[in-house]
Design a protein around this ligand. Structure first.
Ligand code: NAP
Length: 249
């Protein structure tokens, strides 16, 4: 399947986990890739692997929570490839803290990357996506759909991402632009393996974070993102798809 031949795709968070797996999936499908992340060396590595599929790819360091860097990343992508067809907002951070002791610093940081960063990238990309009748896939979470213990800031940020995605679908749908979201849950990535549960946590709440059978790898999310970003999903707009092994079923 080469659904992205001649399409230009900008991905945030492309150095690791779901973003990296998505970049490689789209490279296999012929996309021209503009891969961004905070991690310079790791995003270069993603690009090198993407190029083995015979596609053109560029690495770019960008902190999505910085308005200037978000704008420059989109501009650099358009300067490099002449257009933008798909924006995939995957960059994100998670820190689990019991709400009673959660710091304002953590709250602000999580909101600034996950929610404001997604907004800034979308806003910067919109003129180009409207020109190409392109689309956006944002990365929300099961935390946006059901209670997620010790994750007030993270859940709030992802709830905002889901709401914002539906807003874009309605605001720009008539102009030919689609906006959808994925809601992963319990995917094996560096983010989840790094996550530390709070000391003395209530283990009866843990099942809310676990899939029915087993945790899967980031390729399972990459394939859904690729579907939503492709013409196969041309009549899907303002939708969010859960990829969580029945965690919330
Ligand atoms: P990951 O392996 O940690 O990858 C996230 C990437 O985003 C990392 O390279 C990270 O860099 C980068 N990043 C962090 N802050 C950034 C910023 N300000 N600007 C640009 N890049 C930044 O995590 P993942 O599990 O693949 O998660 C990808 C997305 O899926 C996130 O939005 C996450 O919330 C969402 N998600 C994941 C799961 C799951 O089970 N894994 C479930 C639901 C939703 P650093 O390493 O420097 O932080």
């Amino acid at each position: 399947m080469r659904r992205f031949e001649e399409k230009v795709v900008l991905i945030t968070g492309a150095a690791s986990g779901i973003g990296r797996a998505t970049a490689l999936r789209l490279a296999e499908e012929g996309a021209k890739l503009f891969c961004t992340d905070l991690q310079a060396e790791a995003v270069e590595q993603t690009v090198k692997e993407a190029e083995t599929h015979g596609t053109e790819a560029t690495a770019h360091v960008c902190d999505v929570s910085d308005p200037g860097q978000a704008k420059s990343a989109v501009q650099a992508c358009v300067d490099r490839f002449g257009r933008l067809d798909v924006l995939l907002n995957v960059a994100g951070i998670l820190k689990m803290e019991p709400t009673e002791v959660a710091s304002l610093e953590t709250w602000n940081k999580i909101l600034s990357v996950n929610l404001t960063g997604t907004f800034l990238m979308c806003q910067a990309a919109l003129p180009h996506l409207l020109e190409s009748s392109g689309n956006i896939v944002n990365t929300s979470s099961t935390a946006a759909l059901a209670g997620a213990p010790w994750s007030a800031a993270y859940a709030a940020s992802k709830g905002g991402v889901s709401a914002m995605t539906r807003t874009f679908a309605i605001e720009f749908g008539k102009k030919g632009l689609r906006a959808n979201a994925v809601c992963p849950g319990s995917i094996k990535t560096p983010m989840t393996s790094r996550s530390v549960l709070p000391e003395g946590f209530d283990s009866s709440l843990l099942q809310r974070l676990l899939p029915l059978d087993k945790a899967r790898g980031p390729e399972t999310v990459a394939s859904t993102i690729a579907f939503l970003a492709s013409e196969d999903a041309c009549h899907i707009n303002g939708e969010e798809i859960r990829i969580d092994g029945a965690m919330l079923s």
